[in-house]
Design a protein around this ligand. Structure first.
Ligand SMILES: C[S@@+](CC[C@H](N)C(=O)[O-])C[C@H]1O[C@@H](n2cnc3c(N)ncnc32)[C@H](O)[C@@H]1O
Length: 220
C-alpha cells in the first residue's frame, strides 16, 4: 500500500496525539505498557497496521488488552490513529516506525502477541529472506515475546502461507487454529482492509496462530 504523499497530514496528525506516536521510540523500550490507562493488561502488537481497521476493531472488542500497531507510512497511519482516537477505551495506539529496527524499541519478553496481516509476500525465491515469516524474523519475534507468546498471521497468498507453515514448524513453534479458508469457519475474526478487499474477490483467507517454542526462553 503506497499512498501519494499528502502534505496536510503532517499537520493533521497532531490532532491525534493521544493515539499516534511519532518519535522518541527508544524511550518506550520496556515501557510500552506504561503508555496506557491500565498498564497491567497484556500487550499485543501488530506489524504493518495500514489504515487500522483491524487494530481499531480489536481494541474495541478487547478492552482487556492493550494494542500497539507499527506502520511506516504516515499517510496510512493517520487513518489508524483517527480510528483509535474516536474510541472511548483508549487501549490502542499506533507508532510511525519501521519494524526492521524493532529491537531498538521493544525489549525482550515485552510483548504477549504479534499480529501480521497481509504482509508483502515477496514471491521471488531470492527475496524469501524479506518475508516477515522467514525464520530469522521468527527468531526475532521469539526474543521479544513473553513466555508462551504467540504470532497470529493472516494472508491471501497461498504460497506465502505454505512457506510460513514450514518456517514456524521447522523453528519449533506449536501451530494452532490453522485454516485454509478462515471465512468458512466460525472463528471470531476482525477483518483488515486488505482482507476485506481480497475476500470480496472470492479469494480464501489463510490463517495460523503459533506459540513460541519453550527453548527460546531457556537460551536467554
Ligand atoms: C499490504 S499492507 C497491509 C495492511 C494491513 N495489515 C491490512 O491487512 O489491511 C502492508 C502494510 O505494512 C506496512 N509496512 C511495510 N513494511 C513495513 C515496515 N518495515 N515497518 C512498518 N510497516 C511496514 C505498509 O506501509 C503497509 O501499510
Amino acid at each position: 500500500m503506497r499512498l501519494r504523499r499528502k502534505p496536510w497530514i503532517d499537520q493533521a496528525i497532531h490532532d491525534f496525539e493521544d493515539t499516534a506516536l511519532l518519535d522518541n521510540f527508544e524511550t518506550y523500550k520496556g515501557k510500552w505498557r506504561s503508555l496506557f490507562t491500565n498498564p497491567d493488561l497484556p500487550l499485543y502488537m501488530e506489524l504493518g497496521t495500514g489504515k487500522g481497521q483491524f487494530i481499531a476493531g480489536m481494541a474495541e472488542t478487547h478492552p482487556e488488552i492493550n494494542f500497539v500497531g507499527f506502520e511506516v507510512q504516515l499517510g496510512v497511519l493517520y487513518y489508524a490513529a483517527m480510528k483509535l482516537h474516536e474510541q472511548a477505551a483508549k487501549n490502542g495506539k499506533v507508532a510511525l516506525f519501521d519494524i526492521a529496527n524493532i529491537e531498538d524499541v521493544v525489549a525482550p519478553g515485552e510483548v504477549d502477541r504479534f499480529y501480521i496481516n497481509f504482509c508483502d509476500p515477496w514471491p521471488k525465491k531470492k527475496h524469501a529472506k524479506r518475508r516477515l515469516t522467514y525464520h530469522t524474523f521468527l527468531a526475532r519475534y521469539a526474543r521479544l515475546l513473553a513466555k508462551g507468546g504467540e504470532v497470529h498471521f493472516k494472508t491471501d497468498n497461498e504460497g506465502l502461507f505454505l512457506f510460513s507453515l514450514d518456517e514456524f514448524r521447522e523453528a519449533g513453534w506449536a501451530l494452532k487454529n490453522v485454516t485454509y479458508d478462515l471465512h468458512s469457519t466460525d472463528t471470531p475474526n476482525i477483518e483488515t482492509e486488505y482482507e476485506h478487499k481480497f475476500s470480496a474477490k472470492g479469494q480464501p483467507i489463510f490463517r495460523l496462530a503459533a506459540v513460541k517454542p519453550e527453548e527460546a526462553d531457556s537460551h536467554e
